[in-house]
Design a protein around this ligand. Structure first.
Ligand code: PBG
Length: 325
């Protein structure tokens, strides 16, 4: 008790690093990369100041720059020239994402982990993450076959990890079987296991051109009110063969990250999403927040909650700062 105990003794700068419990490391970061088949120069995403879509011709240089900064992994999102009802440009060997994987792999080799977001919403004309019926229902089971095919095409192009994000029931199992049947049994799956139906994805839909023509994603993404359900989602994905599980978004869902990590002790990723990026950027541009400090505190908090790795649009900024320190 006070005055014997004085918590402030160890808070002096001399001791602080010795007693700190969590550290942010550039090795924990995964950098999202948007590759757009319709452009020839990088295009800034309006609602994500400082973030760009890359043309195919420049995506390998971008990946090399990310690796050079010490970031160990990228996650790729493809924006195809042509979209259709069933997202058929998600899985062709000469479609945008497959070409981007090959371009990156031939430039940077094996050192960089290339993950691919595995979803149909960027490839479908209606913008939903699955096949849609005439009555506008999102059809679960017919979607699984396409996801399996897409996963195999990513692996064939050289993807190191596939990351299904469409929240279809049974997607992890279907993708695992498809990969195994095609001799890709060593390609891990990072499942967007507890993915909430979140308004924080707003800017991403501009970034990836994946806004939807009707309805919303509430019939497949999770209700923000629920947390026990997240544990069930994660448990099912682990049973189906997920190697890494993800919680998304990150900051508003730290309780979910904490519970998931505590219960399953799996490699756990958190996605610090587009809206989380845009909020900080907007406030910083107005001079209302210190961007550098707020970003560092946010990512540290995500790690403290239990994440082993963080997908964030601030990856390059943080890596650059750590390099200069
Ligand atoms: C695709 C997908 C989305 C995000 C990642 N993969 C959008 C969505 O579900 O609507 C969001 C990422 C972000 O907001 O940064 N299904």
């Amino acid at each position: 008790m006070f005055p014997t105990t004085r918590m402030r003794r160890l808070r002096t700068s001399k001791f602080r690093s010795l007693v700190s419990e969590t550290a942010l490391d550039v090795k924990d970061l995964i950098c999202p990369v948007f590759v757009d088949e319709t452009i020839t120069e990088p295009v800034e995403i309006k609602s994500m100041p400082g973030y760009f879509r890359q043309p195919l011709s420049m995506v390998a240089d971008e990946a090399a720059c990310i690796l050079e900064l010490g970031i160990p992994a990228v996650i790729l999102f493809g924006i195809p020239e042509k979209k259709d009802e069933t997202g058929s440009h998600a899985y062709g060997d000469n479609d945008i994402i497959q070409k981007a994987i090959r371009a990156i792999k031939s430039k940077v080799g094996e050192e960089l982990v290339v993950m691919t977001d595995l979803c149909l919403c960027e490839y479908t004309s209606h913008g939903h993450c699955g096949i849609v019926s005439k009555k506008h229902e999102i059809l679960n089971d017919p979607t699984l076959e396409i996801l399996g095919k897409t996963a195999v095409s990513h692996a064939r192009a050289g993807a190191d990890i596939v990351a299904p994000s469409g929240m279809m029931d049974g997607m992890v199992g279907a993708i695992r079987s498809a990969l195994d049947e095609n001799d890709f049994k060593d390609v891990p799956i990072m499942s967007y296991a507890a993915k909430y139906c979140s308004a924080f994805y707003g800017p991403f839909r501009e970034a990836a051109g994946s806004g939807f023509a009707f309805g919303d994603r509430a019939s497949y993404q999770m209700d923000p009110a629920n947390s026990d359900e997240a544990l069930r989602e994660v448990e099912l994905d682990i049973e189906e063969g997920a190697d890494i599980i993800m919680v998304k978004p990150a900051l508003p869902y730290l309780d979910i990250i904490y519970r998931v990590k505590k219960k399953f002790k799996m490699p756990t990723a958190a996605y610090h999403v587009s809206g989380e990026y845009s909020m900080i950027k907007a406030a910083a541009q107005n001079g209302w927040l210190d961007e550098r400090k707020v970003v560092y505190e946010s990512l540290l908090s995500i790690k403290r909650a239990g994440a082993d790795m963080i997908l964030t649009y601030f990856a390059k900024d943080i890596a650059r700062e750590m390099k200069n320190e």
